[in-house]
Design a protein. Structure first.
Length: 205
């Protein structure tokens, strides 16, 4: 686990604030789909179960998410598609899918995303108001592989957020997944998120 802080970074600070607002801001989103809308995409029932709320899935949307994901978001191409998820309380999730021209380009891009996830806490702590810690939860043996990470951030005004991230690939298709809520590492559903990641990668066929 790494813990670090450094100089200001305006873009990161803006995104971090949006993370804390996302769970509440999405409460007015559209109702869940009854089932997954097609290949590549997680359904609400495939996310880590929440103890006091169901998950709601938004539509699959072309383009990059807005705001960009805190980890790896700056590398997402305009050809990406994404789907957001929410609960009735403080948890939210995201899946992004990128289809490359061939498997080699997809492998290179998956590695770019993996390196971005591995440095997420370091990037977060470029804001002097943020302390960030990170954990690696290892590689998953699914298709061409997937990697899982966790990030915990605490701000100078007391906000505490934990997020789980994964990147995986099958052939020329790459997926990035995020789960996040208020709290710390002890409240993160790591085994369930690992299963969600396996499901997400298996759906890339």
């Amino acid at each position: 686990m790494t813990r670090t802080s450094a100089r200001p970074h305006h873009t990161w600070r803006t995104s971090l604030a949006l993370l804390a607002l996302t769970a509440g801001g999405l409460l007015g989103a559209a109702p869940a789909f009854a089932r997954s809308p097609g290949p590549h995409w997680l359904s609400a029932s495939e996310l880590p179960p929440h103890p006091s709320s169901r998950w709601y899935a938004g539509p699959v949307t072309a383009g990059r998410p807005d705001p960009l994901p805190l980890c790896g978001g700056e590398t997402l191409p305009s050809t990406a598609s994404h789907r957001t998820f929410r609960t009735d309380v403080d948890a939210h999730a995201l899946q992004v899918v990128v289809v490359e021209r061939d498997a080699r380009r997809a492998a290179d891009y998956a590695e770019v995303l993996r390196r971005g996830l591995a440095r997420c806490a370091e990037r977060a702590a470029e804001d002097p108001d943020v302390t960030a810690a990170q954990k690696s939860y290892g590689k998953l043996d699914v298709e061409e592989g997937a990697h899982v990470y966790g990030v915990h951030t605490v701000t100078s005004w007391g906000a505490s957020d934990v997020s789980l991230w994964s990147v995986g690939r099958d052939g020329r298709t790459v997926t990035l997944a995020e789960w996040a809520q208020l709290g710390g590492f002890d409240s993160a559903p790591v085994p369930a998120f690992r299963r969600t990641t396996v499901t997400a990668v298996n759906k890339l066929h």
